[in-house]
Design a protein around this ligand. Structure first.
Ligand SMILES: [Zn+2]
Length: 367
C-alpha cells in the first residue's frame, strides 16, 4: 500500500461545502456503483464562484446543486464552469449550471468536441460493422455487441450516457493561466484517460485539482475504443505522468474520486510502475500468441459485466498497443478474424520474473 497522507477522513455530506484551501471549497455528489462519490470544487472570485466539474446529469445531483446555490455561496452567483474532461460524471450538469447563471463553460478543445460528438445522435460504434470488427478482433463473439447495446440503453437512465452539452465554450489550453480571486491557476493538460484532460494548478496555494488524471487509490481507465482502434493512449498516459512529476511534492491534490491527498510523486511513481508491471506480465503471457480477451485474467481478478468487459478489454488493448510501439509484441490477424499478440523481445527471458507480479486488480474500473 502507498503512504499517501489524507488530511480529511470523509467526504463532505451532499449539499454542503468544506473549505480545503483559501478560496477553494470541496463538495461531493453521490454516485451509484463502485465509485460512490465524485468530488467537485468551487473557486471564489471577486464577484462570484467558479464551478470545477459538475456531477452526473441526474435529478438528484441537480437538487443538491440547487441547495448549494441557495446556502453555500454567500448569496453570490456562479460566474463560470470549468470541466476537466468529457466523462458524464464531470460534464453532466454543465448545461444546467451555465443556463441557470448564463455563464460560459471552459474546457479544452478536444474534450469539448468529443463530448458534443458523443452527446449528439450521431451513430454509435456499438451498432456499426467497425465496432463489431473491433470486438471480434479482440476475441469476443458476435453476441457481445448485442449485450453492450442493451447495457447502454439501461445505463442512460443512470445518467451515464452523454448529456446535452452547452452549445458553445471557452477554450482552455495547456499553460493558460486563469486569475481567480487572488490566485493564478495554471492549466496543466494530461492525456490517456481522456484526450486533453485539464488539471488546475495553483503554485501559491500549493494545490492541484487533478480531475481523473491523478487519483490516489483508483487506477483511472486507459482504454482503446472502436472509434480509434489503433490509438496508443497508454503511451500518452505514461508521458503525462512523467510531466506531472514536475509538480512539487508538497502539493495538496484534490482528485475527482477518493479523498484529497498529499504524495503526488509517490502516487505517480506507483502508477507508472503498476502499468510497467502489467505490461511485463502480458509479455510473459504472450510467449504463446494469444488474444486480447485472453489477457483479461492477467489484468483483472473480478467478474466482468458487459460494460466492465468493454473497459477491461479497452485497457488490455491499450497495454498491448504500447508494447507494440516499443517493439516488444507483434500483432497478427488470424483466419478466425482475431488478432493474436506474441512477445518478440529477445531480452524478455532476462527481464521476466513470473510469479512476482502485482495480483490482478479487483478494484473498480469505471472511472
Ligand atoms: Zn473520467
Amino acid at each position: 500500500m502507498n503512504e499517501l497522507i489524507y488530511p480529511h477522513a470523509d467526504h463532505p455530506q451532499p449539499g454542503v461545502t468544506v473549505e480545503v484551501a483559501d478560496g477553494v471549497r470541496w463538495l461531493s455528489m453521490p454516485m451509484g456503483g463502485s465509485l460512490s462519490h465524485i468530488n467537485l470544487y468551487l473557486l471564489e472570485d471577486k464577484d462570484g464562484w467558479w464551478v470545477v466539474d459538475t456531477g452526473l446529469g441526474v435529478e438528484e445531483t441537480e437538487q443538491w446543486w440547487q441547495q448549494i446555490f441557495a446556502k453555500e455561496l454567500n448569496g453570490r452567483p456562479v460566474i463560470g464552469v470549468i470541466c476537466t474532461h468529457m466523462h458524464p460524471d464531470h460534464i453532466g450538469q454543465s448545461k444546467m449550471i451555465t443556463d441557470q447563471f448564463r455563464v460560459p463553460l471552459y474546457m479544452t478543445q478536444a474534450e469539448y468536441y468529443q463530448a458534443r460528438a458523443f452527446s449528439s445522435s450521431a451513430g454509435s460504434h456499438h451498432s456499426s460493422w467497425a465496432g463489431s470488427e473491433f470486438y471480434v478482433r479482440a476475441g469476443m463473439d458476435e453476441t457481445y455487441l448485442a449485450e453492450l447495446q442493451k447495457m447502454w440503453q439501461s445505463r442512460s437512465s443512470e445518467g451515464m450516457s452523454m448529456p446535452e452539452m452547452p452549445t458553445g465554450y471557452h477554450r482552455l489550453k495547456d499553460g493558460d493561466v486563469l486569475t481567480i480571486g487572488h490566485h493564478d491557476w495554471q492549466i496543466v493538460v494530461g492525456s490517456g484517460h481522456s484526450p486533453e484532460h485539464a488539471c488546475l494548478y495553483c503554485a501559491a496555494l500549493k494545490v492541484m485539482i487533478s480531475g481523473d488524471q491523478i487519483l490516489p487509490i483508483i487506477t483511472s481507465n486507459v482504454s482503446v475504443h472502436p472509434t480509434e482502434p489503433n490509438a496508443n493512449p497508454l503511451m500518452e498516459w505514461m508521458e503525462s505522468h512523467n510531466r506531472f512529476l514536475r509538480i512539487p511534492d508538497d502539493t495538496f491534490v484534490l482528485p475527482a474520486h477518493n479523498l484529497p491527498f498529499f504524495g503526488i510523486r509517490e502516487r505517480l511513481r506507483e502508477l507508472i510502475s503498476h502499468h510497467e508491471d502489467r505490461m511485463l506480465a502480458i509479455e510473459e503471457h504472450c510467449v504463446e500468441p494469444d488474444t486480447a480477451k485472453a489477457l483479461l485474467p492477467v489484468l483483472f481478478a473480478r467478474e466482468l459485466d458487459p460494460r466492465q468487459m468493454m473497459m477491461a478489454l479497452g485497457e488490455a488493448i491499450a497495454h498491448v498497443h504500447l508494447l507494440m510501439y516499443r517493439n516488444r509484441i507483434e500483432r497478427t490477424l488470424h483466419e478466425d478474424g482475431k488478432y493474436r499478440f506474441r512477445s518478440i523481445d529477445p531480452d524478455l527471458a532476462r527481464r521476466s520474473h513470473p510469479g512476482t507480479h502485482d495480483a490482478p486488480s479487483d478494484g473498480p474500473i469505471l472511472v
